[in-house]
Design a protein around this ligand. Structure first.
Ligand SMILES: Cc1cc2nc3c(=O)[nH]c(=O)nc-3n(C[C@H](O)[C@H](O)[C@H](O)COP(=O)(O)O)c2cc1C
Length: 166
């Protein structure tokens, strides 16, 4: 296991994968990481749909901005029924999505956060039988990366740091 800061700064989006399957144990660990994200009043207003095989192929046809070819992916959905404060499920789900990306990377896998554009939501909902109160927000396809990892590049930008005010 790498040092957590190394995991964070060396993570980069991966969009090409080997066909090798990811083990159920690894997928469960990644979901565990997702579900340990912080959430507003600990509401955990999320649901996760794991996609593989034909249904994953059908999904990426609908959500064309998701790169094709991963062996597996996780759709992160907001659950409006669990959104106790009203309006915070998006924040909860973004935190969960970042945890997924970091867990994927920590395991030597690679993935990318992809958006679910509003115009794709109805068709995604029909394909996956999502209930009306479940809002698909992000999809992370992942697997074993084809190429070696790129070296971490520092993105530290002092001009974006403001101390005690702007
Ligand atoms: C909200 C959000 C939506 C994104 N949507 C897509 C997407 O639809 N397709 C894609 O290939 N990458 C998508 N990305 C990945 C970004 O392009 C990527 O994170 C960014 O270029 C920085 O590169 P890095 O992840 O390698 O650091 C998205 C990232 C975020 C946070």
């Amino acid at each position: 296991m790498k040092n957590m800061l190394d995991v964070i700064v060396s993570r980069r989006s991966v969009r090409k994968w080997k066909p090798d399957a990811v083990s159920d144990g690894d997928i469960k660990d990644i979901l565990e990481a997702a579900m340990n994200a912080p959430s507003a009043v600990n509401e955990q207003a999320w649901q996760f749909v794991v996609l593989t095989g034909k249904i994953l192929e059908d999904f990426v046809k609908i959500n064309a901005n998701t790169p094709k070819g991963s062996p597996v992916g996780i759709l992160v959905c907001g659950d409006k029924k669990l959104d106790k404060l009203g309006g915070f499920y998006v924040h909860d789900c973004c935190a969960a999505t970042q945890n997924i990306l970091l867990a994927v990377h920590a395991k030597g896998l690679g993935g990318v956060w992809t958006a679910i554009f509003p115009n794709a939501i109805p068709e995604v909902g029909r394909l996956l039988n999502l209930p009306d109160h479940v809002h698909p927000l992000a999809f992370v396809p992942f697997g074993y990366p084809v190429s070696e990892r790129t070296k971490p590049a520092s993105r530290y930008d002092e001009t974006k740091v403001h101390r005690n005010g702007w």
